[in-house]
Design a protein around this ligand. Structure first.
Ligand code: AMP
Ligand code: MN
Ligand code: MN
Length: 323
């Protein structure tokens, strides 16, 4: 296991650096990526930011986001590659053959298998952005307004606007510092939570209209199919946060979103209210995450995947909460 100091030392001799984050990037991944990119450039490094998936519409207010390239092909070799906010395979890039001499992984997911020699994992961090803040502090790099906005976005989104259990005194202190450095909180709120497309809300209405729950009412779920995306003129990024509405039902302990990603493939998002730990289950299903928020992508028909996932979740609820 690595730490900020070791990572800074390892980067000293590197000139060209690639930074990548997980597929379907979120506010934490993108905020961390941009803040680190800007910081490394201040150190005189040549930085390439490249992810599998493009920056979602709601994050296009982030400074310099247009510099993040996307797509399955990354050309060139780099002195170092840094993967943020996920384990390296979840970038969906390179199929294990990474184009750099030094491989650095900075993440806060407890399920990260820690396979890279330079892995810094802090499962207690509210967001990867909190870790990047500490890295910059350790490196003695001043945080300018753009970097502050990016890191504030990381912490704000990954804590569900300072509501989830990962909200800590430390992340609030750091956020206060970021506001002092010039981050505009309403700019983030308006773009991330008050700029939904009309079609997204129509999709939400349809999806919630078909919400189901288990007989004991402790498990509830919704499904979004390709057909529904097509019918409503929406895409995967329009389902961001849908699962939280399902969790918000009184009595529900675990909420599940099944989102179609290919003809016979579904992404599942799992959310717990805190009495059920979902991280091991998500890992057993080939994914990962945190105690209260985890996910995976499964191959099969909707019917088969639903039967399997609902059966496994019911077992976990029973074993951790009893009858
Ligand atoms: P999501 O349901 O995609 O919002 O993800 C919930 C949490 O689980 C986030 O912290 C994700 O980074 C994490 N997560 C989702 N899918 C995976 C996966 N396949 N492998 C590891 N972590 C995941
Ligand atoms: Mn993330
Ligand atoms: Mn995160």
């Amino acid at each position: 296991m690595s730490d900020p100091r070791t990572i800074i030392a390892a980067l000293q001799s590197c000139n060209t650096i690639l930074i990548s984050v997980h597929k379907s990037p979120d506010g934490d991944a993108l905020g961390s990526q941009l803040a680190l990119m800007l910081a490394l450039e201040k150190m005189g490094k040549t930085v390439t930011a490249h992810n599998l998936d493009p920056v979602p519409e709601i994050y296009r207010f982030l400074p310099h986001q247009a510099r993040i390239a996307s797509g399955p092909v990354v050309t060139g070799r780099f002195d170092a590659m840094i993967v943020l906010d996920s384990d390296p395979p979840r970038t969906g890039l390179f199929a294990g053959d990474y184009p750099a001499a030094k491989l650095i992984n900075i993440d806060h997911h407890i399920t990260n298998p820690r396979l890279w020699p330079l892995t810094w994992l802090d499962a207690a961090a509210s967001a990867t952005g909190e870790m990047i803040y500490k890295l910059l502090l350790e490196a003695g790099l001043p945080i300018d307004r753009d970097m502050a906005l990016c890191l504030y976005t990381s912490i704000f989104t990954d804590t569900g606007s300072f509501r989830y259990s990962n909200t800590s005194p430390e992340c609030m202190r750091i956020s206060a510092t970021l506001l002092e450095a010039g981050a505009d909180p309403w700019l983030v709120t308006e773009n991330v939570y008050e700029s939904y497309s009309f079609n997204r809300l129509k999709l939400l209405g349809t999806v919630l209209g078909d919400m189901e729950r288990s007989p004991d009412k402790r498990m509830a779920w919704v499904v979004v199919t390709d057909e529904l995306f097509h019918k409503t003129g929406t895409t995967a990024e329009d389902t961001d946060n849908f699962v939280n509405y399902v969790r918000s039902v009184s009595g529900v302990e675990v909420a599940i979103l099944f989102r179609q990603t290919a003809q016979k493939q579904y992404k599942i998002s799992l959310r717990s209210k805190g009495r059920v730990d979902l991280s091991s289950l998500a890992q057993a299903l080939g994914g990962g995450g945190h105690k209260n928020a985890a996910g995976s992508t499964l191959d099969g028909t909707l019917e088969d995947i639903k039967r399997k996932v609902l059966g496994e979740v019911a077992k976990v609820i029973l074993s951790q909460m009893g009858n």
